[in-house]
Design a protein around this ligand. Sequence first.
Ligand SMILES: [Zn+2]
Length: 116
Amino acid sequence: MKKNEIEIASKNIHEMMEKGKLKKRAVTEGTELEIMTREHPRWDEFCDRLEGPEGCNFRQDENGKWIWDCDNDQSLAIAILEKMGAIDIPDSLEYFEEHGGYCDCEILMNVDREEE
Ligand SMILES: [Zn+2]
């Protein structure tokens, strides 16, 4: 995803959260919002997507050094959680921060690996 697309996606999410649309839509669909934690059944799917081209896009450069994209915020994680649906995004971000995930790559490096 290009940087400006990410900015648009996270801007839309913030606008939707302000207007309370995320919660209202979930109630309409009869779905409970869930917090994305390591115990969530879709945690591995979330991490795979955050690691891949949709997220940080972890890859090796020509010298074999690992490189990835991160804007020092949680915009990639927010965009993925929004696409996954029925996730309580503000509470999930709070959980990530409690476990050292202050930006997208830290979610993978700190939150996902904390207990390994
Ligand atoms: Zn980062």
